[in-house]
Design a protein around this ligand. Structure first.
Ligand SMILES: [Zn+2]
Length: 186
């Protein structure tokens, strides 16, 4: 019922920083339900609101049988330890690339009722929390790859059957505005 279509790479909403949640109301809890249902239907480890086209700082997660959500997350890193391993994204379906992340994270935020929540994550949970919080800043995991890895990822994305090159990766300029500086002065 509440499964929603997921926005794919190339959709400008994925590149737009999301706004903090101000109202912890029934609409927010409906958004959390949509995120949770859509994530589970797709067997995802996490899903952020911009992936459903909603510009709010909310994500759901389902890692190691821990199902939850976090609103207005703020991340802290208790140490400098790193991990490197395969990462994917429901907005970049079918493609996985080794991505460096911090091994440990403490995520502070709120639940759908505005109660403070803290997630102490390690390994996969830490990776998920960093990936989803990136989404809220308009950052995708391919941005975290080194230049060679990013090149390889972009090539794979352009060849993916779901990729629609007519979807502009950024906001399209008005063609008339764009042409005017080069106008012929007629
Ligand atoms: Zn993602």
């Amino acid at each position: 019922m509440t499964v929603q279509p997921i926005r794919l790479f190339g959709d400008p909403v994925l590149r737009t920083p999301a706004d903090p949640v101000v109202d912890f109301d029934v609409e927010l809890r409906k958004l959390v339900a949509d995120l949770t249902d859509t994530m589970r239907e797709q067997n995802g480890a996490g899903l952020a609101a911009p992936q459903l086209g909603v510009g709010l700082r909310v994500f759901a997660f389902d890692v190691d049988d821990v199902l939850g959500h976090l609103v207005n997350p703020v991340l802290e890193f208790p140490d400098a330890e790193e991990q490197d391993g395969p990462e994917g994204c429901l907005s970049i379906p079918g493609l996985y690339f080794d991505t460096k992340r911090r091994q440990n994270v403490i995520a502070k935020g709120f639940n759908g009722y505005g109660d403070p929540v803290q997630i102490v994550g390690t390994g996969l949970m830490a990776r998920c929390v960093q990936h989803e919080t990136d989404h809220l800043d308009g950052v995708l995991f391919v941005d975290r790859l080194d230049p060679d890895g990013r090149k390889e990822a972009m090539r794979a994305i352009r060849q993916a059957d779901w990729y629609d090159p007519t979807t502009p990766p950024t906001v399209k300029l008005n063609p008339h505005a764009a042409s005017s500086p080069f106008g012929l002065g007629r």
